[in-house]
Write a protein that binds this ligand. Structure first.
Ligand SMILES: [Cu+2]
Length: 180
């Protein structure tokens, strides 16, 4: 009996980590999402922000209506709060559209899940995609940031402990600024 329930626990753990690996389809309940977001951005930003969670159908749903221009969400285990210009940049990146001109700002104070530093669309580590995991950081995005990025390292294999340019040479290159 004990054995059977241990096995059941083990199986469901595997199933849930498998679905977490599937970033877009991962679901966390709203309470859990809010807990994660409190670690990811200043609480006063989160308080008045629009909060989106991924529903079981994989679509984003608004779970808190905001009025401060910020949007908070957790796409695939990387909780973040983004301002309006940064949201437009996120949309451009995801739809492979032109980089918006305006400067955007993103809080990711609990770090990310890892990303390729050379392929903006990679979802997992491969031997040659320069996978990198960054701890607590903020991001500055948008075409306007390109002049600001001069002088920061733009190596394919970045050192995530220091400020660096992510996705260098792509339309979505942006500044990663560790906060610890
Ligand atoms: Cu980030």
């Amino acid at each position: 009996m004990k054995r059977a329930s241990a096995l059941l626990f083990f199986t469901s753990t595997i199933v849930s980590s498998a679905s977490l690996a599937y970033a877009q389809h991962a679901t966390v309940d709203d309470q859990e999402l809010m807990t994660k977001l409190r670690q990811a951005a200043p609480v006063h930003v989160l308080e008045q922000a629009t909060v989106m969670n991924t529903g079981h159908d994989g679509k984003m749903k608004v779970i808190q209506e905001g009025n401060n221009g910020w949007t908070c969400m957790d796409p695939g285990g990387a909780p973040m709060c983004a301002d309006k210009a940064a949201m437009a940049w996120v949309e451009a990146w995801q739809s492979k559209g032109p980089t918006p001109q305006r400067l955007g700002f993103i809080y990711m104070l609990s770090g990310d899940n890892g990303a390729s530093n050379t392929d903006p669309y990679a979802t997992k580590e491969t031997p040659d995609n320069n996978w990198i995991k960054t701890g607590s950081h903020v991001m500055i995005v948008g075409a306007e940031a390109k002049s600001m990025m001069q002088g920061y390292p733009r190596d394919a294999k970045a050192d995530p402990n220091k400020p660096y340019v992510m996705w260098p040479g792509t339309p979505y290159e942006h500044l990663m600024l560790p906060t610890k």
